[in-house]
Design a protein around this ligand. Structure first.
Ligand code: COA
Length: 258
């Protein structure tokens, strides 16, 4: 069986490429299983500080769930296919920063996977949408929950109720993507961003992610208390001593992740 998720490395950055270009990188069970396996390996790999997820070819990031797998499925089949862990939770569950590098169609489950990542960087040619309504479905990879948190209730409802696509500039304007670059620069710019992040202490990155993500589930008073606890916890780390010592000595820090 051909691999549907390729793992490559550039320094401390791992790039996971969904490799079904002939199907616009649609997510089938094999892609999900291979992506989860690749992530499990990268989680254990101290040489990797950040992960970039992208799609193969020029045309698509991921054009959604593989619609072919939906035909004839019962609710029980579908519930089984949606068992945890789910790739859509990658940003929340994976301890290292995960960046979606969106090189083309970013639809349905593809858009939901991108929203599940920590950052979204898109080519100016990318197209976004939640077209499930056209199939008699609703988003099932977190779209009804993560989209309104990113873009607000009105824009989320517009996208989900119409199923219409928007371009990268509009996606940036409403907050669905964080950065947009000309398509020819996407890879270099995204990898440079990922490398800059991956150079920091993996321990501190993990704590920073945890603190910011908590803002999405906790009331503000609890979130602020949680931030204070996590900030103080950083004072137990060798990397905090190193970061402060390096600043004071006017040298570059050497992180150990402890
Ligand atoms: N699931 C399964 N196959 C898909 C797919 C998906 N989500 N998206 C694209 N493909 C397949 C097409 O069936 C086609 O396969 P074929 O060559 O064997 O017929 C191939 O990928 C190329 O797609 P095609 O539709 O010919 O390209 P296009 O440029 O005309 O249109 C899209 C591109 C993205 C507009 C169109 O493919 C589309 O609407 N895809 C479905 C998007 C969607 O509804 N996603 C949410 C699923 S819940």
């Amino acid at each position: 069986m051909t691999e549907t998720v390729l793992t490559t490395r550039e320094g401390r950055v791992a790039i996971l490429t969904v490799n079904r270009p002939e199907k616009l990188n649609a997510l089938n069970d094999q892609v999900r299983d291979e992506m989860l396996a690749a992530l499990a390996a990268l989680e254990q790999d101290d040489g990797i500080g950040a992960v970039v997820i992208t799609g193969s070819g020029e045309k698509a990031f991921i054009a959604g769930a593989d619609i072919g797998e939906f035909a004839g499925r019962t609710p029980f089949d579908q519930r089984h296919a949606m068992r945890t862990p789910r790739i859509f939770d990658v940003g929340a569950e994976f301890p290292k920063p995960v960046i979606a590098m969106i090189n083309g169609f970013c639809l349905g489950g593809g858009c939901e996977l991108a929203m599940g990542c920590d950052l979204r960087v898109a080519a100016d040619t990318a197209r976004f949408g939640q077209p499930e309504i056209k199939l008699g479905l609703i988003p099932g990879g977190g779209g009804t929950q993560r989209l309104p948190r990113l873009v607000g209730l009105g824009q989320a409802l517009r996208l989900i109720l119409t199923g219409e696509m928007i371009g990268a500039a509009e996606a940036r304007e409403i907050g669905l993507v964080d950065l947009v670059y000309p398509a020819a620069e996407l890879r270099a710019r995204t990898l440079e961003l990922a490398a800059r992040i991956a150079a920091f202490s993996p321990l501190t990155l993990k704590v920073a992610k945890e603190a910011v993500r908590a803002s999405q589930r906790l009331p503000i008073e609890e979130g602020l208390r949680y931030e204070r606890d996590l900030f103080c916890l950083c004072f137990a780390t060798a990397d905090k001593e190193e970061g402060v010592a390096a600043f004071l000595a006017k040298r570059d820090p050497v992180w150990t992740g402890r």
